[in-house]
Design a protein around this ligand. Structure first.
Ligand SMILES: [Zn+2]
Length: 150
């Protein structure tokens, strides 16, 4: 994971060079245009923030994902035993992320929400998760992938 200073520097460099609007993508952890986002333009719309407003908190999204404090969706209180979010966690996540609409997992193969969830989670696992966490069967991300039958 790059540190905050490095990212800020990269962001400023990119801004100088590029005329096309770039934003700092909190998923890809780099400044990029909408088309460049490896999570797709929709994810970019949701997770990219103006480069000027990049904060330290935006840089370590993956750590925050694992964090056990803060809003309920990041804490045990907001999670079910399988590592997913319970009702309280979903409410808290929706409050922190206006426009999101989380529902309980559906394990049914063919459920489009499951397919997109699995794709998103695998992406996070590939890009944002440390090797240690990715290997740990009890990590939240792996529990979550299991809960969704990914
Ligand atoms: Zn991106």
């Amino acid at each position: 994971m790059k540190n905050y200073k490095e990212i800020k520097h990269l962001a400023e460099e990119a801004k100088k060079k590029e005329k096309e609007e770039k934003k700092f993508c909190r998923l890809c952890q780099k400044p990029e245009t909408r088309d460049e986002c490896s999570y797709g333009p929709k994810a970019w719309d949701r997770f990219a923030v103006p480069i000027k407003s990049v904060k330290k908190e935006d840089v370590d999204l993956s750590d925050r994902f694992e964090l056990e404090e803060g809003a309920a969706w990041t804490r045990k209180a907001g999670q079910n035993k399988n590592g997913g979010l319970n009702e309280k966690g979903r409410k808290s996540y929706e409050k922190a992320n206006p426009g999101s609409d989380l529902k309980a997992p559906s394990k049914k193969v063919g459920n489009p929400r499951r397919a997109s969830f699995c794709a998103r989670m695998r992406g996070m696992k590939d890009k944002l998760t440390s090797k240690k966490t990715a290997r740990d069967p009890d990590s939240r991300i792996n529990k979550s992938l299991r809960a969704w039958n990914c």
